[in-house]
Write a protein of this length. Structure first.
Length: 522
């Protein structure tokens, strides 16, 4: 799942029209037109920042109608399409913009983020490195490049990059936070003091304080100061707006009511015959990355990471289906043409990532919310549900670097209530889909990996391969919070983790009581 990193600073700064390179001298008539377009695009950027994307796009298209090679308009169109999660289109606009303005660091940085979503980590690093070379004094680029290096298993290079940059700008928030997220702490009080000061800075924005608090909490936890780490994260996550549990629970209930066994069976003819997709679902921090790494170690499989596509399919294919109720209506009245368009769109995405593998994993954990659509569109797909002790899962979510977008992590009581909603929906799908879902318990998998790994490979319809037992040797980009864990053999040290935090987890345990999920201590 998404981590808090330097991307927020990059987003803020690269959207600023003030960062544009100055216009080169040109004849007067041409200059007037260019200045007018520059003013229009400055206004369009401001409109986009104010949430008026449609008007911003109208202006950008107006400029492109007059001057198809305008790099700033192409860049803005890339931003707008990225924000709309139309990543393929965003990539095309950014690539066109780079061809017209190859020395604009902003465009390389934003293309890098689009490539991250596309699963092209090496290309993403190349473009972020280019942004750093073009603008070496912009520290968020350096922090983000370090983050991408760690994603690709190059931690030492990342730490060296951050250390060199900190010598130039020792108080830079993005560098300090990146260091806190990457470094393995073992008693460095100086670094703790700097992170603590940053988390408490009144002049820092809420997102910076959150990221600094999360990095400080991580450091304290690594140093064995567990209750202090949790208290620090309580303060940091208080910056997240309250999560609407009432709406969440209502939507869970609506899914259960609509997505019955007969409802899905009645729509069996609408589905694709493809067996390529492997959906790995569950709560974040439940072992989805480990399961994907095991499967992706098979020579016939490819690990695509966390793809947002399933959650976007209805909106992408059916105009004006934005609300939850409208999406349920689409499912209820699903036509063959619409179903085929959605399935084809998703399969095309997998094909773009890897055209050869017979199985492609999608480990977006919260696809548990989309299992009804998945079951209809891909009746022959593999579905794997990762389960973990409720308190361990919740504490790991809470203390991890899950970003502010995960509103259910605002406090432990809300997180416990969210877990209850999740497990209630998964109990429903376990009954509806039966043995189409393989349930994998994290604790069993890490304590005795071979039987679990064999069951996973068999459920995917693949022959056994010994590489799946040495999954940590598989070299691939991993951008989730478990990027370190999947590069080492299975370990059991996280089992029972919740008990390290004493009475501080009481709000969580009380919330889990409501769905009989409170674990026994011991």
């Amino acid at each position: 799942m998404k981590r808090g990193n330097a991307l927020g600073s990059i987003e803020t700064q690269t959207r600023s029209p003030q960062m544009r390179p100055p216009l080169a001298p040109m004849p007067s008539a041409k200059a007037k037109k260019a200045l007018h377009q520059q003013d229009l695009l400055r206004r369009a950027h401001q409109l986009n920042l104010a949430g008026q994307a449609f008007e911003a796009e109208r202006i950008a298209r107006q400029v492109l109608d007059e001057t198809p090679s305008n790099a700033e308009a192409l860049f803005l169109m890339g931003l707008l399409h990225h924000d709309a999660r139309l990543y393929d289109d965003a990539r095309k606009y950014f690539e066109k913009a780079i061809r017209k303005s190859p020395s604009d660091a902003r465009i390389h940085a934003r293309l890098a983020e689009t490539l991250v979503v596309a699963g092209e980590g090496v290309k993403a690093m190349q473009h972020m490195a280019k942004a750093v070379r073009l603008q070496p004094d912009f520290m968020p680029f350096i922090a983000r490049q370090a983050d991408l290096l760690v994603d690709n298993g190059r931690r030492a290079e990342a730490l060296d990059l951050i250390a060199r940059a900190l010598k130039t700008d020792p108080g830079n928030p993005d560098l300090l936070i990146a260091f806190g997220q990457i470094h393995r702490f073992a008693g460095q009080e100086g670094e703790l003091e700097r992170l603590s000061a940053l988390a408490a800075r009144a002049d820092a924005d809420a997102r910076t304080r959150f990221r600094a608090g999360a990095a400080l909490s991580r450091a304290l936890d690594q140093m064995g100061r567990h209750e202090e780490a949790l208290a620090t994260m309580v303060t940091a996550r208080a910056a997240i707006p309250p999560f609407d549990l009432e709406t969440f629970n209502a939507e869970i209930a609506a899914r259960k009511a609509l997505l019955t066994a007969s409802f899905i069976e009645d729509r069996a003819a609408l589905g694709s015959s493809s067996e390529r997709p492997v959906f790995i679902v569950g709560m974040p921090r439940s072992g989805t990355s480990l399961v994907e790494q095991i499967i992706a170690s098979h020579p016939a499989a490819f690990g695509a990471g966390e793809l947002p596509d399933m959650g976007l399919l209805i909106n992408d294919v059916v105009p004006r289906a934005g609300s939850f109720d409208a999406q349920m209506d689409v499912l209820r009245d699903l036509e063959p043409e619409t179903a085929h368009a959605m399935a084809d769109r998703y399969l095309a995405r997998l094909n773009a990532l890897d055209a050869k593998a017979s199985r492609v994993t999608d480990k977006m954990p919260q696809n548990f919310l989309n299992l009804g659509l998945i079951a209809i569109l891909f009746p022959r797909a593999t579905i794997i549900h990762c389960r973990r002790n409720a308190a361990d899962t919740a504490v790991s979510c809470f203390l991890s670097g899950l970003s502010m977008q995960h509103g259910y992590t605002r406090d432990l009581a809300t997180l416990g209530a969210y877990w209850c909603g999740y497990t209630g929906l998964m109990d429903h799908f376990a009954e509806v889909l039966g043995d189409r879902i393989l349930h994998v318990d994290y604790e069993t998998l890490v304590s005795d990996p071979e039987p679990g790994a064999r069951a996973l490979v068999a459920h995917c319809g693949l022959d056994w391969n010994d590489a799946c037992l040495e999954f940590w040797k598989t070299e691939r980009r991993v951008s989730t919070l478990s990027r370190d864990q999947v590069r080492m053999p299975a370990y059991t040290s996280s089992v029972g983790r919740w008990q390290r935090y004493g009475d501080s987890v009481t709000p969580l345990l009380d919330a889990l009581d409501r769905c009989n999920a409170r674990p026994a201590a011991g």
